[in-house]
Design a protein around this ligand. Structure first.
Ligand code: TRP
Length: 309
């Protein structure tokens, strides 16, 4: 397999909660598209999920569920190095070395994230605005380390994800989907049955004057539906808005588009979920591929620091 572009990109996803439409449109789809044009690595950051109070069995199940969803959504483990963080101990080892040497007084979580990124000689990290400070800290740690111990790490750049579909909560369209726990009706679960998806969209909050215009600040409800529709069918929210006749039309078109997108994903999920051994096997092979790269980075870091490598 030849890769057209070799820029190495890394994405980490925390496997918590139920995967929803916002994650599919905002993160998973860009990731699936990117895997054909970049050297892509995707991992499930289960070690990052340990900080919050959690039920051990639930974490394990949720991690496997997220992995299955990603594969069902089209992540191709032949294209993308795809694995679970805890299955590559180099994350923990580099984290330890960076905590000791380059990150005095920093909170553990961001330093672990820096280790994730530096382990892979990552050139680009696709992140939303909320994660940019994390990449900035990673750059800082990498530059200090390189200055102090000699060239060891690639200094990564944050990049804006290809499709910046910002999907908001259907019941409260001024907050991102998945961020409120108060409104179960505001998030569309990727595995929700079609009748439930239809019901949630039929109740999505809109403005009340009947005007269809894409203006997220002034018209968050309608703009969110336009954004979802555009991300599902292609095109821009503005363009798509001009072809619609009213809110009924907008809801119908959005419902149809979302059902069309989720139907095949659900079917593939159900097939894969019947064979968890296969998913585990894919992850084990991914971890193996990752390790051959990350072991080399840890070796370099140890040698640079001066411990016997
Ligand atoms: N902190 C990220 C989140 O909460 C997940 C993450 C962990 C990550 N390590 C990463 C993202 C490395 C990008 C690169 O979503």
């Amino acid at each position: 397999m030849t890769r057209t572009v070799t820029t190495r990109r890394l994405t980490g996803l925390k496997p918590t909660g139920e995967p929803h439409l916002g994650i599919l449109l905002g993160a998973i789809q860009p990731m699936v598209r990117d895997q054909y044009t970049s050297d892509a690595t995707v991992f499930l950051a289960d070690l990052h999920a340990l900080t919050a109070a959690h039920e051990p069995r639930t974490l394990r199940e949720t991690t496997l569920r997220h992995a299955t969803v990603l594969l069902a959504a089209g992540l191709d483990p032949d294209r993308t190095v795809f694995y679970v963080q805890s299955q590559v101990p180099d994350h923990a080892e580099l984290h330890f070395l960076l905590e000791r040497t380059a990150a005095r007084g920093r909170a553990a979580y961001p330093v672990l994230q820096a280790s994730d990124i530096l382990l892979h000689d990552t050139a680009e990290v696709p992140v939303g605005a909320d994660q940019r400070p994390r990449v900035a800290l990673t750059r800082d740690i990498a530059m200090r380390f390189n200055q102090r111990y000699g060239p060891t790490f690639v200094v990564p750049e944050p990049v804006t994800p290809t499709v910046a579909a910002r999907v908001m909560d259907l019941a409260n369209p001024t907050v991102k989907m998945g961020q409120t726990t108060s409104s179960a009706s505001g998030a569309i679960g990727l595995l929700d049955p079609p009748a439930l998806v239809t019901r949630k969209l039929s109740r999505a909050v809109t403005e009340t004057d009947g005007i269809i215009a894409y203006d997220p600040a002034a018209r968050p409800g309608v703009s969110n539906l336009l954004e979802i529709l555009a991300a599902c069918v292609g095109g821009t929210p503005v363009e798509i808005g001009t072809a619609l006749r009213g809110y009924g039309d907008l809801r119908r078109a959005t419902t149809e588009a979302v059902l069309g997108l989720l139907g095949p994903l659900r079917a593939r999920f159900e097939t894969l979920a019947r064979d968890p051994g296969y998913v585990r096997q894919v992850l084990a092979e991914g971890a193996e591929r990752a390790r051959s790269r990350t072991a080399e980075t840890v070796f370099r870091a140890k040698r640079a620091i001066g411990v016997l490598a």
